[in-house]
Design a protein around this ligand. Structure first.
Ligand code: IMP
Length: 509
């Protein structure tokens, strides 16, 4: 007969944290969110660390290179999806690795014989007010000048006049030589009171632009996740079918962390994949495996050599695995069991294997609870699908802006195999995910700033300065349905939800 687990499957919203003593001098700003991604292996102590405990899901509608760049700039890690050809995934990894923080390739360029009218259209389409002028109108042509929206008066000047008659010609442009450091570029911007510095190589070709606003942005977000060569870090999803071809390409492209992307990872296929990677790359590859929802699954993959374990089946916002296959577990129950096993395994062996809570995080509170329950970091899809940097276009529905978001187990996501040489086309008999829309929320930097501030604030309420202290000190209580009602504000009339709270007791620590 089957074994029946006594407790029911629980979700994050069934728990609340009990505050512990906050010490004088503890502040949200003083909290350290660094977290391990990998076990310590060989000489690679302390393993791979992130500056914030957040990664993006390996999904077509979530993690392209743009989102991965934005997330690494905030201290987290994007996992570029593997439901695409080996070559295009490796190219996305390469784009993140070659992204030179602060140096951007100009995506809007003019030629000197364009009319002002044409340039105004370019500025409107791109939203940029500074446009480099090159001999061939490309981002790598010979720089001949710069035109900005301050160089003409749209309603006074004759808009059929040429760019050459209004631009700042090269002789008067302050530019930096190719190879200059970001620090030197910023010093030039400061010294000459400029907003934008073109970078030009020895042949006079434009190679990049450096903006003052990016310097300010960097000052506000000093948490960038960089490798030893100061390149942004990036993760990549892999599957159990084509890793012999995919992994070498991803490693060549510079991927820092690899992770199997599967709804159920408690399989001999993943064990074989890990063994293959270890035999080829030894300790030089960081491997995530999963997903599992039990201590048994954790042990199996850890003993096969995984560096971190991903937890969660069926909790994803676009996921219908539980309905379709009858497998899964409430995310909180799964995480609590695996976290307890992680700690016991640490005691027994001295090896700490980080775990990642993947899927089903519907709001900031649940992120906080997942980290309190023992996750070293969390993986999210919907959260990032809603941002400016996710790879999908914005769509207006009934006057509201949305972005498309679909599961990796949908026909839409799986269709890529039809165009891939590497992957034998497998028949998709039923779907495990849905195709949906999510509301647009703005840039990653803004939404993460709020989430992380709330996390830090709660950590202070629990009297903790680090995530490991947070986990150790956290005491959680189960909530009844009635206490959920009590926690809401349904009994009062809300007149302005954005009003600032001025009383001293209710602000953040
Ligand atoms: P979310 O953050 O709740 O949107 O969940 C994202 C997670 O859902 C991913 O990291 C995957 O683990 C999982 N997932 C992605 N696509 C599918 C699918 O099609 N079916 C089931 N789970 C999926």
């Amino acid at each position: 007969m089957a074994t029946i687990i006594d407790d029911v499957s629980r979700t994050f919203s069934e728990y609340l944290l009990i505050p512990r003593l906050t010490r004088k001098g503890q502040t949200a700003e003083g909290v350290d969110l660094k977290t391990p991604v990998s076990a310590v292996r060989g000489n690679h102590a302390p393993g791979f660390l992130m500056n914030v405990p957040i990664v993006s899901a390996c999904m077509q509608s979530v993690s392209g290179s743009r989102l991965s760049i934005a997330l690494a700039r905030q201290g987290g890690l994007g996992f570029i999806f593997c439901s695409q050809s080996v070559a295009s995934q490796a190219e996305m990894v390469r784009q993140v690795k070659s992204h030179k923080a602060g140096f951007v390739q100009s995506d809007t360029n003019a030629t000197s014989d364009m009319t002002l009218d044409e340039v105004i259209r370019l500025m409107k389409e791109s939203g940029h007010s500074t446009v480099p002028v090159t001999d061939d109108g490309t981002s790598s042509g010979k720089l001949v000048g710069i035109i900005t929206d301050k160089d003409f008066w749209q309603y006074e000047d004759d808009l059929s006049r040429r760019v050459s008659q209004h631009m700042t010609p090269l002789t008067d442009v302050i530019f930096g030589p190719d190879g200059i450091s970001l620090r030197e570029a910023n010093q030039l911007l400061h010294q000459h009171k400029k907003e934008c510095l073109p970078i030009v190589d020895e042949q006079g070709n434009l190679t990049a632009l450096v903006f003052k606003k990016d310097y300010e942005d960097h000052r506000r977000h000093p948490q960038e996740l960089l490798d030893e060569s100061k390149r942004l870090c990036v993760g990549a999803g892999i599957n159990t079918h084509d890793y012999e071809e995919r992994v070498p390409a991803l490693m060549d492209a510079g991927a820092d962390v690899l992770c199997f992307d599967a709804s159920d990872g408690f399989t001999e296929f993943q064990a074989e994949g890990i063994a293959w990677m270890r035999s080829r790359y030894g300790d030089d590859v960081v491997i995530g495996a999963g997903n599992v929802v039990s201590a048994e699954g954790f042990d199996y993959l850890v003993e096969r050599g995984a560096d971190f374990i991903k937890v969660g089946i069926g909790g994803g916002s676009i996921c219908i695995t539980r309905e379709q296959k009858g497998i899964g577990r409430g995310q909180a129950s799964a995480l609590l069991e695996v976290a307890a096993r992680r700690d016991a395994y640490h005691e027994e062996t001295g090896r700490y294997i980080p775990i990642c809570s993947d899927g089903g995080l519907a709001n900031d509170t649940q992120i906080v609870v997942a980290l309190a329950m023992g996750a070293d970091f969390v993986m999210m899809g919907r959260y990032f699908a809603m941002t400016e940097e996710s790879p999908t276009p914005k769509t207006s529905i009934n006057g509201q802006i949305y972005k498309p978001y679909w599961g990796e187990g949908t026909r839409r996501a799986q269709n890529w195999q039809r165009y891939s040489d590497a992957m034998e086309t497998r028949k998709l008999i039923f779907e495990e995910g849905v195709d949906a829309y999510v509301p647009f929320v703005g840039p990653v930097s803004e939404v993460l700033e709020t989430t992380l501030y709330k996390l830090r604030s709660t950590m202070v309420n629990i009297g903790s300065d680090t995530l490991s202290e947070f986990r150790e000190r956290a005491i959680l209580t189960k909530v009844s349905e009635q206490s959920v009602v009590e926690a809401g504000t349904g009994s009062v009339f809300k007149f302005n939800s954005n009003a600032e709270v001025e009383s001293s007791g209710w602000g953040q620590a």
